[in-house]
Design a protein. Structure first.
Length: 249
């Protein structure tokens, strides 16, 4: 009877339960070990692919185009643009001077190459820089009836529904005509919205003087309007010394 009551109470369940816990602990430790090995390999591969020259090239280019002030106006650089006039001062100043280098620090000619741009002496400008803007239509925000006689224009935030697709200004060149985006082109997420890849586009010239003339022409003919919501400046560089490409937007 005592032996039967011992089996009835489940006396053999304790060793089995203890064995299961040991198996679970052993399995957990094995999985943790494999996970740590995976993390170590991942870190080795990730940090092994990082070239310190990437950081310095990016830092130098950011300093050149974002932190350089407009000559004669130390308070104005790319990061401090608040008005249309500030934007054009940046375009005709730091951007223009940063894109087209034609002499060494001792004023000797940089390279005897026609239509070639070497940013910071050794960074080759690939292709032509491109400037693109996106606009919204008038009357894309609501004006209360009491103020409609005083307010004739109201431009809302950028959305694909509010985007302006019509020609404007001189309506002669591509910068005044809307260019549709490629369906496979990615959209760009900014601080205040998501923007498609189409817009009003113009490419800069390989000549510094021609580019400056283009900037002045666009400024005088009001290429930027109240409906402008975002402007992109895109170009690419290659540095043969460190064998790195740099895409700037």
């Amino acid at each position: 009877m005592p032996e039967a009551s011992w089996w009835h109470r489940g006396g053999t369940s304790k060793p089995r339960l203890h064995y299961r816990k040991e198996v679970e602990i052993r399995t957990t430790l094995q999985e943790l070990l494999l996970y740590f090995i995976f993390l170590i390999n991942l870190c080795i591969l990730t940090f092994g692919m990082v070239d310190p020259h990437m950081y310095y090239l990016n830092k130098v280019m950011a300093s050149l185009f974002l932190d350089t002030s407009v000559p004669g106006e130390e308070r104005i650089n790319f990061k401090s643009i608040h008005h249309i006039t500030d934007f054009w001062k940046f375009m005709e100043g730091p951007l223009l001077e940063g894109l087209y280098w034609d002499s060494w620090y001792n004023n000797q000619q940089l390279y005897n190459l026609k239509n070639s741009s070497r940013i910071y002496y050794e960074n080759i400008l690939l292709g032509l820089p491109r400037v693109r803007q996106l606009k919204v239509r008038n009357s894309t925000c609501k004006v209360y009836s009491s103020f409609q006689s005083l307010i004739n224009e109201c431009y809302g935030k950028y959305t694909s529904a509010n985007e302006d697709l019509s020609d404007f200004g001189l309506k002669s060149d591509t910068e005044w005509k809307y260019s549709t985006s490629n369906t496979s082109s990615p959209w760009h997420r900014g601080l205040v919205g998501v923007y498609r890849s189409g817009g009003y586009i113009f490419t800069l010239s390989k000549s510094k003087s021609e580019t400056k003339t283009k900037f002045i022409d666009l400024r005088l003919n009001s290429w930027i309007t109240r409906g402008t919501r975002v402007i992109f400046i895109d170009f690419s560089l290659y540095n043969a010394n460190v064998n790195l490409f740099c895409i700037i937007r």
